[in-house]
Design a binder for this molecule. Structure first.
Ligand SMILES: O=C(O)CCC(=O)C(=O)O
Ligand SMILES: [Fe+2]
Length: 218
């Protein structure tokens, strides 16, 4: 994990913001130390072994439903009681401030969950937020899989905003790789994984008050 005087940031933060501005998405390898990745992975494995993960669904509130044909992961919302989770949340808080400073996005908070995709599962093409909801603005995914094999599957594929069949990027879920993209514009999918696949998916939100109701985080 971190040494006491290590800054609570991710490596390559400024380059990532530049990519986000230029292309709507960006990727940074080795965004945090191997030790921190391992600590996060241990916390996830411990939660999994103690049945703390829940099957992820689609839709929020009353529209929430489980759909194996759309997504097959199980999740756990990050909790600062876990030291490695708290460390990640603090780094993302620093990133949030940098994003606001550079992009004037007015991001208010960060929400994130561990995700575990068992072998054979996937997440079909989707966007993380709908236009004009002013809700999820920037998506992040940090991967926690050391030595992911070349034929392991489970890549994330990103698509063009206007030509949603045109692939603009493909990322292997290798430990330490961090992907960011604009939540409202970039369609993406998780290809079927051949091995159990671990990650932290997170979103910077601009809270949208709708009819006096604050859209719930999750
Ligand atoms: O795990 C990934 O690569 C992407 C996950 C994703 O798209 C999501 O949770 O919305
Ligand atoms: Fe997504």
């Amino acid at each position: 994990m971190t040494t006491p005087d290590a800054p609570m940031t991710i490596d390559g933060q400024d380059a990532l913001i530049d990519q986000l501005v230029a292309f709507g998405w960006g990727v940074q390898h080795q965004a945090i130390s191997r030790e921190h990745i391992q600590a996060l992975r241990l916390e996830l494995d411990h939660l999994h072994e103690h049945d703390q993960l829940s099957r992820a669904g689609i839709g929020r509130g009353q529209d929430h439903q489980l759909r194996d044909d759309i997504r097959g992961d199980s999740i756990y919302w990050l909790n600062p009681a876990g030291p490695a989770q708290q460390d990640w949340l603090m780094r993302m808080e620093h990133f949030r401030q940098a994003l606001n400073y550079s992009l004037f996005l007015g991001l208010l908070e960060f929400e994130a969950h561990f995700a575990r995709y068992p072998a054979g599962t996937f997440y079909k093409k989707h966007v993380d937020s709908f236009r004009n909801r002013a809700n999820r603005m920037v998506s992040t995914v940090l991967y926690l899989n050391e030595d992911w094999p070349a034929d392991g599957g489970g890549e994330m594929v990103l698509f063009d905003e206007h030509d949603t069949d045109r692939e603009i990027g493909r990322v292997r879920p290798e430990a330490g790789t961090l992907v960011c993209f604009l939540s409202e514009t970039i369609p993406h999918e998780v290809l079927p994984t051949h091995h159990s696949r671990a990650s932290i998916a997170g979103w910077f939100r601009r809270n949208a008050s709708q009819g006096g109701r604050i859209d719930p985080a999750h």
